[in-house]
Write a protein that binds this ligand. Structure first.
Ligand SMILES: Cc1ncc(COP(=O)(O)O)c(C=O)c1O
Length: 523
C-alpha cells in the first residue's frame, strides 16, 4: 500500500501497488503520485528550490550534490554544509558519539564543556556564556528573551528586509516575512532602513552613509521614547543575506550600538548564516567592523553542525545573570546534547585543519575578481559585493535607476541549473544572485560557475538587445526590456554557442555610472 494526497480534500487515499486496482474513497478520484505532489506544491507553505522543475537530491559530497540520475550539481548556495556535504570527519564523530551516548543536558558531560570552551575562544572575551539550542530560530527567540529580561524593556529595532526565523516571535521582527504575509507590524517592532549602499536610502556617493543609516536608528529610538516605549534590542545580521547580500558600511554598527546602549537596549548580532569563518579573515562577520565593536548577544546556527541541527546563543555574564535572576530556568531537551557537541567539535576541527578560512579568502577573492570582469562585460550586472565566500550579484535592467532585473535573475538560475550549477536569487526584489557555497569551494569551481554565468548572460543580453533594437529609438540607451519570450528564445541557444559575440555586446551599452567612491569595509 502507499499513500497519495489529493489537492481538494487533502485526505489520504490508498491503493494497492500490487494489483494497482484503484479504488475510490469518499468520492475523490485517485491521482498518480507525481501529479499529487505537483498539485500540493501548487500552494506550498515551503517552496523548494527551482519549484517549476525541482531536483531530487540523493547524495552529496564536498561541494557537489547528485540527483537520482547521478547528475552532478555544483552547490553554490548551501551555507549549512559548511565544511562540505557529508564531511567524513563530521560523520565519523556523530556516529562514534551516537554509539556511546546521547541524552539531554541534565547530566554532566565533557562534550558540552569542551565545545563551549572552543566556541568562546573564537569570540571577544566578554562573550562568555553559551546557551545551546537546536535551530537559528530557537537561538534568536532566546536572544530576544535575554534582551527583554535585561532591563525590562520590550521594543525591538530590526532592519528592513531582515529574516530572523520562523517562530512567531521572529516573524514579528522579520519584515522579509511579515510584509509579505497578512501579519501587521506590531507596535513594539521598529523597522530601520537596511544599510544598503547600492540601492538603499543612502548610497555609495553619500559622504557618510554609515552615520546617515545609524542616525535613522537614533531617530527611531527618540520617536519610541517620546511615545513612552523602551528599546530592548537592535537585531541585525552582521551581513544581510535574505535581504540581498548587503554588507553594512564601516562604522555603522559601532554608531548603532552607541545609540542602542544609551537607550538601555542591547545589540544582537545574528550570525546564523554568516558565521564560522565564511568571511575568511575573521571567524565572525561582526569582527569585520573592528575590535571596538562587540555585540552583547551573538546567535549562531546553520553551519555550526554542518547539517546536524544545533545552534547557540552567546552573551555576557551580566546579561546571563539578569536572565537567571528572574528565577526562570532555561531547559532545552536537545540543546547541547553529547552528539550535537561532538559534531560541533568536528566542524571546528575541520575548519582549522583544512584552513577553510584561508580558502574562503583565496577562492572568494578569485571569484570576486572573475565576477568583476563579468560586470565590466555584462550590462545586466549592476553590482558585485561580497566578502570571502559570501557574494551577491545584483542584476539590473539599467545602471542609472538600478531597476531590479527580477525575471532575468529567475531565468539565469534555471539556466545555471541546466548547466549543473545551483544558485538562488534573493533580496527584496529577488534579483540578487546569492553565492554562499560550502567552504571547500575551489578556484576551479569558481571558474566553472562564472564561465556558465558568462555564457547565459551573453545569450540573454543578445535576445534582449535584439528585442530592444526595434524600439531603441524611443527608449533611453541604457534601458533594457525583457521580452516575454526570452525563456523560449534563449533556450534555443546553448550557453557556449554565442561566446564569440561577447565583444559585440559591449557596444551600445551604457557605461556604469556608479563609479563613485564607496565607503566599504576593508576586509
Ligand atoms: C539570518 C537567519 N537567522 C535565523 C534563521 C532561522 O534559522 P532556522 O531555520 O535554523 O530556524 C535563518 C534561517 O534561514 C536565517 O537566515
Amino acid at each position: 500500500m502507499f499513500i497519495e494526497i489529493t489537492k481538494n480534500n487533502r485526505e489520504f487515499l490508498f491503493f494497492s501497488q500490487k494489483n494497482s486496482r484503484k479504488k475510490k474513497k469518499h468520492g475523490f478520484k485517485y491521482l498518480n503520485i507525481k501529479k499529487a505532489i505537483y498539485l500540493i506544491q501548487d500552494k506550498p507553505s515551503c517552496k523548494v528550490f527551482f519549484a517549476a522543475d525541482p531536483i531530487k537530491i540523493m547524495r552529496a559530497q564536498g561541494q557537489y550534490m547528485f540527483d537520482e540520475k547521478g547528475e552532478r550539481y555544483l552547490d553554490c548556495i548551501n551555507n549549512v554544509a559548511h565544511v562540505g556535504h557529508c564531511h567524513p570527519e563530521v560523520v565519523k564523530a556523530a556516529a562514534k558519539q551516537m554509539e556511546l551516548l546521547n541524552t539531554n543536558s541534565r547530566f554532566l558531560h565533557d562534550n558540552i564543556v569542551e565545545y563551549a570552551k572552543r566556541l568562546t575562544a573564537t569570540l571577544p572575551q566578554t562573550l562568555s556564556v553559551c546557551y545551546f539550542t537546536n535551530s537559528g530560530s530557537e537561538a534568536n527567540d532566546l536572544a530576544l528573551r535575554l534582551a527583554r529580561q535585561f532591563r525590562g524593556h520590550q521594543d525591538v529595532i530590526t532592519l528592513d528586509h531582515a529574516y530572523h526565523g520562523h517562530l512567531s516571535s521572529l516573524i514579528e521582527i522579520s519584515p522579509y516575512k511579515f510584509r509579505k504575509g497578512q501579519d501587521v507590524q506590531k507596535e513594539f517592532v521598529h523597522v530601520a532602513p537596511s544599510p544598503d549602499i547600492y540601492r538603499g536610502k543612502y548610497r555609495e556617493d553619500h559622504e557618510d552613509a554609515a552615520t546617515a543609516y545609524a542616525d535613522e536608528v537614533k531617530k527611531i529610538i527618540e520617536d519610541a521614547r517620546s511615545s513612552g516605549r523602551k528599546i530592548a534590542a537592535f537585531i541585525a545580521e552582521s551581513m544581510q543575506s535574505c535581504g540581498g547580500q548587503i554588507i553594512p558600511p564601516a562604522g555603522y554598527f559601532q554608531k548603532v550600538a552607541e545609540h542602542v546602549h544609551k537607550a538601555g537596549g542591547v545589540f544582537i548580532a545574528d550570525e546564523v548564516q554568516v558565521g564560522f569563518g565564511r568571511v575568511g579573515r575573521h571567524f565572525w562577520s561582526f569582527q569585520m567592523h573592528g575590535e571596538d565593536f562587540v555585540p552583547d548577544i551573538v546567535t549562531m546556527g546553520k553551519p555550526m553542525g554542518n547539517g546536524h541541527p544545533m545552534s547557540c546563543v552567546v552573551t555576557t555574564k551580566e546579561i546571563a545573570e539578569a536572565f537567571s535572576s528572574s528565577g526562570m530556568e532555561y531547559f532545552n531537551t536537545y540543546g547541547g546534547n553529547p552528539v550535537s557537541c561532538a559534531v560541533g567539535l568536528a566542524v571546528l576541527d575541520v575548519i582549522e585543519k583544512e584552513n577553510l578560512q584561508g580558502n574562503a579568502v583565496r577562492v572568494g577573492n578569485y571569484l570576486t575578481q572573475l565576477l568583476d570582469q563579468q560586470k565590466a562585460k555584462h550590462p545586466l550586472i549592476g553590482d558585485i559585493r561580497g566578502v570571502g565566500l559570501f557574494i551577491g550579484i545584483d542584476l539590473v535592467k539599467d545602471h542609472v535607476e538600478r531597476t531590479p532585473a527580477t525575471a532575468e535573475a529567475q531565468h539565469i538560475i534555471y539556466k545555471m541549473k541546466e548547466k549543473g550549477v545551483l544558485l538562488s536569487a534573493d533580496g527584496p526584489h529577488r534579483n540578487v544572485l546569492k553565492i554562499k557555497p560550502p567552504m571547500c569551494f575551489t578556484k576551479e569551481d569558481a571558474k566553472f560557475m562564472v564561465d556558465h554565468l558568462d555564457g547565459i548572460l551573453t545569450v540573454l543580453e543578445e535576445v534582449m538587445e535584439t528585442k530592444n533594437d526595434s524600439v531603441s529609438s524611443q527608449n533611453t540607451v541604457c534601458r533594457t526590456e525583457v521580452p516575454e519570450e526570452v525563456h523560449m528564445e534563449s533556450a534555443k541557444h546553448s550557453a557556449t554557442e554565442s561566446r564569440e559575440n561577447h565583444s559585440r555586446k559591449r557596444n551600445g551599452v551604457c557605461p556604469d555610472q556608479q563609479a563613485l567612491l564607496s565607503k566599504r569595509l576593508k576586509t
